[in-house]
Design a protein around this ligand. Structure first.
Ligand code: BG6
Length: 493
């Protein structure tokens, strides 16, 4: 699939229209990101922001109850400028709407201007995407300058994702659709492309048999918080693995694209997703681990178990942790396992990719009985760093080697401000840059691989394994690695 796109679209006046404008994502991420874009003069000169919600608020009430009370605290203190904030607020209009009511779209039509670029940001449940797009189109709000942003997770399985894509595709061309995965907006994730494709030294080594194994971990300290209504139906596989972790895997594993054009990059990611070896029921039983946190302590603070959290149905089987072993069936990666792991209420917040290079075929230098291989550790969060673990001589008489790190601290190397992922991606949408958004076929290939795992779990009748909050997940996750004489990164330090 290719998408015809205009890369440098001229800046038309902008109406940014946010569905779900009174929701969590809006006040935590979208509105602070738009404020930062405004502060740094990255919004087109004639911008208006129309937020849509069901609450019967006046504009003033929306500003006071929502923007001031809820969104403002999420703006970094040092970036807050009262004059810029006032100008920012002046861009806002609140449109009270019931998205189910056809008549209410006329109200939106009256509030939005003609001859502008309308960007519709659908920060709602995916069940509403089809309906909203149909109604926008019927109300005459969609034209060739419009764009639509779809939040993840897009659907809950392959069929629902296809259905939404087809329905949205009736009103917007592929080049107008921005399927967001905010991991693709992270500076460090984009930097991974530069590490791979801007540094010749890794090229020849970036494949089997020089790479033995890859680990990708996204561990969070937070629990489900107030999102149980959403999370309990979703679980970690749909919330994190199907999108964020698979996208990281794609960037690690893809062939060099011919350019940075959206389709060139997305074609290569698609090939990786299509090469993922489908998991059979036996693979699922052997190579996947799902867990659910039980009461414990994170950073010395006692925390509840998942089942005790607000709004979690009794006996819920939603997984808050997943570890699995994936394989990519192609020449570059044959027999190189990719271990993916994510969880809530883990011991510490860390997102990292560990490339484990093969060990020496034969060592003439003693290393205390261990055969160390070089490792490249790319940490995305909380620190942005790249470490290459090398073997060096232990000082003293005799010849012994030990691992030491060649350390690149990106926060020290570049002191410029780092924009948050949502800010960068919103600017990309406004400028018409699709490279860091998922194309339809990519998203569906990710679902095609993930769905059998969900089915396998539900057929097996097993419950997720409990793990104490504040640990790195159930013991079975350690065992998954131990089977091939390996350990997760934190256990090897
Ligand atoms: C979101 C998930 O997509 O990513 C959340 O829905 C998760 O459950 C979040 O907490 C993690 O994002 P980040 O940027 O904090 O790593």
């Amino acid at each position: 699939m290719t998408t015809h796109h205009a890369s440098a679209t001229p800046d038309l006046p902008l109406d940014m229209i946010i569905f779900g404008g009174t929701g969590d994502l809006s006040f935590r991420k979208l509105l602070p990101a738009l404020y930062m874009a405004h502060l740094h003069c990255n919004l087109p000169p004639d911008t208006r922001i129309l937020t849509i919600g069901r609450k019967p608020w006046s504009r003033e009430e929306y500003i006071n109850e929502f923007m001031e009370a809820k969104a403002k605290p999420f703006i970094e203190k040092k970036a807050f400028d009262a004059a810029a904030w006032d100008k920012f607020l002046a861009l806002f209009e609140y449109v009270r709407m019931d998205v189910d009511s056809v008549e209410d779209y006329q109200r939106l039509k009256e509030a939005s201007r003609d001859g502008v670029r309308r960007v519709f940001y659908l920060a709602t449940s995916p069940d509403l995407f089809t309906h909203i797009c149909e109604n926008l189109s019927a109300a005459g709000l969609v034209d060739e300058n419009s764009r639509v942003v779809l939040e993840k997770p897009l659907g809950h399985d392959l069929a629902s994702a296809q259905e939404i894509n087809t329905a949205v595709g009736k009103h917007f061309s592929e080049a107008q659709i921005y399927r967001i995965d905010h991991y693709l907006g992270k500076e460090t994730v984009q930097n991974l492309m530069v590490l791979r494709f801007g540094n010749a030294i890794f090229g020849p080594l970036w494949q089997a048999p020089y790479i033995k194994r890859v680990q990708i971990t996204v561990a969070e300290e937070v629990g489900v918080g107030s999102r149980a209504g959403f999370y309990d139906k979703t679980g970690a596989l749909r919330d994190m693995v199907q999108n964020h972790l698979l996208q990281l895997l794609c960037i690690v594993a893809m062939e060099p694209p011919v350019s940075l054009d959206p389709d060139a990059v997305r074609d290569e990611k698609l090939k990786v997703l299509r090469s993922l070896r489908p998991m059979t029921p036996e693979d699922i039983a052997r190579d996947t681990v799902r867990g659910q946190y039980t009461a414990g302590a994170v950073n010395g603070e006692p925390v509840k178990g998942y089942l005790e959290e607000d709004n979690v149905p009794p006996g819920s089987r939603a997984e808050t942790f997943v570890a699995l072993r994936a394989h990519i069936n192609n020449w570059r990666w044959a027999n190189v396992p990719f271990f993916l792991r994510t969880g809530k209420r883990m011991q510490k917040k860390v997102s990292e990719i560990v490339i484990e290079f093969s060990e020496l075929p034969f060592s003439i230098i003693p290393s205390g009985g261990r055969n160390y291989g070089n490792r490249l550790v790319i940490q995305l969060q909380p620190e942005e760093s790249i470490q290459l673990q090398m073997l060096a001589k232990e000082p003293g008489s005799g010849m012994h080697m030990l691992p030491v790190n060649l350390n690149l601290d990106l926060q020290q190397a570049f002191t410029e401000r780092r924009a948050e992922a949502y800010e960068r991606l919103l600017i990309d949408v406004i400028r018409g840059r699709l490279t860091h958004f998922m194309r339809r076929d990519e998203l569906e290939a990710a679902w095609a691989w993930a769905e059998p795992i969900l089915e396998g779990w539900s057929k097996s009748g097993d419950k997720p394994r409990g793990y104490t909050a504040g640990t790195f997940g159930p013991a079975a996750s350690t065992a998954l690695m131990a089977r091939e004489n390996a350990v997760w990164a934190e256990e090897s330090q």
